[in-house]
Design a protein around this ligand. Structure first.
Ligand SMILES: Cc1cc2nc3c(=O)[nH]c(=O)nc-3n(C[C@H](O)[C@H](O)[C@H](O)COP(=O)(O)OP(=O)(O)OC[C@H]3O[C@@H](n4cnc5c(N)ncnc54)[C@H](O)[C@@H]3O)c2cc1C
Length: 430
């Protein structure tokens, strides 16, 4: 009796989605090889190490919603810690009044709105992995959805938070994105943040978020080829042929049974034999330019202050939000987020950051800029594309042509949702 060899799967991309898929496949007994173009794993879970401390330049927060991420952290014995003490301060001239100063009536109203919102949200289908099961209303712009449910007066509260988390101006974006993000836990945490309360449920990785994925690769013995350049993927009747070059420039051609795409889908036409349907769908994906800068500051008044921009807009190249030094760190390393556009440069981002730090309420000085990381963030489609069935079409391709598609564009740019989605699709199709 001959025993069939386990299926061989190629995963493209070693971010949270690709690694969650690789772990799930490994647990099912499949043979998996992950191709990663960068020198490190973790994708947008990327940490800078400085003077013995880790500073996250991508994902940093987890909440109790992070069921899978926290379970993996427990398995790998990785410590989570509270963020830091927080206080809400506006750095924006066009600010609305700080909710930290809101009176009891305003606080009651905000809490009441939160309850109404959570009840409405429960019926939208956004808690299922992906978007294929969402109703028609949540494909409309979020502004319209809020109006429809009498929540329009709280628009600025949502809008501010949406901007602060890097998802841009939510008005025209499909409501489904805001609803995916603001689940009960996130929404309560977000409200506590703007009310100036400590959010005890929000935890970060002491060793940085990237450490989770480094440890996962080691624990599961995953076969990850870093600094791999994939030149071509051709999907045939019986196999998927991957042509790639390793870090030394040596070329390889390997056959697999299936393909998991866990890298930005909009980039895949550069190497994948995309069908007309894939090319049309991938061409609809948009992203933001996003810059994350780690800087050593001195002379700022309160190193444990979380500054929050009360603005419903952002200006390219200007910092919108920052995180103060991680808990316990003796260094005044702050991490600033800035949106950009096609003309934004790293020099401009840094010059604006210096100007903000030198002006009140900081009135401090930038001693050193450690790093500026550029991301193409929040892969998404617009409301028209969502209404026209973008996700139904993409989900319709799942499992066909030996291909499974995972990653934040199909789930949402939160590590937990990318992980849960990858697990669900792997279980369904492989
Ligand atoms: C500044 C910032 C802050 C964030 N904060 C949070 C947070 O607090 N909490 C949270 O949950 N989430 C946060 N996120 C979002 C989270 O990091 C992402 O949603 C998550 O990393 C998405 O996982 P992914 O695997 O889909 O994509 P990615 O993390 O982008 O991984 C994709 C991988 O594919 C690789 N790749 C790309 N092209 C190729 C190719 N051609 N060949 C091989 N490999 C390729 C990339 O190098 C990368 O490793 C944040 C993101 C950013 C940028």
């Amino acid at each position: 009796m001959s025993i069939a060899a386990p299926p061989r799967i190629a995963v493209i991309g070693a971010g949270p989605a690709g690694l969650a898929a690789a772990i799930a496949l490994t647990e099912r007994g499949h043979t998996v090889r992950v191709f990663e173009k960068e020198a490190t794993v973790g994708g947008k879970c990327h940490s800078l190490h400085y003077d013995g401390y880790a500073y996250d330049l991508g994902a940093n927060l987890t909440t109790p919603r992070y069921r899978e991420v926290r379970a993996l952290a427990r398995l790998l014995d990785l410590e989570l810690q509270p963020m830091h003490e927080r206080r809400v301060v506006s750095i924006n001239a066009e600010s609305i009044p700080s909710l930290a100063d809101a009176g009891p009536l305003a606080r009651t109203l905000i809490r009441g709105m939160a309850r109404a919102y959570v009840a409405l949200r429960a019926h939208t289908g956004v808690d299922k992995p992906g978007y294929a099961e969402i109703g028609p209303h949540v494909r409309k712009p979020f502004r319209e959805w809020l109006q429809m449910h009498g929540l329009a007066r709280f628009r600025d509260l949502f809008a501010n938070l949406f901007i602060a988390y890097g998802y841009g101006v939510m008005d025209a974006l499909p409501a489904a994105y805001a609803l995916k993000f603001f689940d009960r836990i996130h929404f309560d945490a977000a409200i506590d943040t703007v009310l100036g309360k400590d959010v005890e449920t929000t935890l970060t990785f002491t060793a940085g978020f990237q450490a989770l994925w480094d440890a996962a690769v080691a624990h599961y013995g995953l076969d990850v080829k870093c600094e791999a350049t994939v030149h071509a993927i051709v999907r045939g009747e019986d196999q998927v042929r991957v042509t790639w070059t390793d870090a030394d420039g040596d070329s390889f051609e390997e056959d697999f049974d299936h393909l998991v795409l866990a890298c930005p889908l909009q980039d895949t036409p550069q190497f994948l034999d995309v069908s007309d349907e894939e090319a049309d769908l991938f061409g609809q994906i948009k992203t933001y330019d996003y810059y994350v800068t780690a800087a050593v500051l001195e002379g700022v008044p309160d190193a444990s202050t979380f500054v929050y921009p009360y603005s419903t807009r952002w200006t390219p190249g200007q910092p919108t939000v920052f995180y103060p030094p991680v808990l316990g760190s003796p260094n005044d390393v702050f991490v600033f987020y800035s949106y950009g556009d096609e003309s934004t440069t790293v020099d401009e981002v840094r010059a604006n950051l210096r100007a903000v730090v030198e002006a009140p309420p900081f009135s401090g000085r930038v001693v050193d800029i450690l790093h500026t990381q550029h991301w193409r963030y929040f892969p998404h489609v617009d409301s028209a594309a969502m209404q026209a069935g973008f996700f139904e079409r993409l989900e319709g391709l799942q499992g066909h042509n030996r291909t499974v598609y995972v990653g934040e564009v199909l789930s949402f740019p939160l590590v937990e949702l990318a992980v849960q989605y990858a697990q669900a699709r792997v279980a369904e199709h492989l």
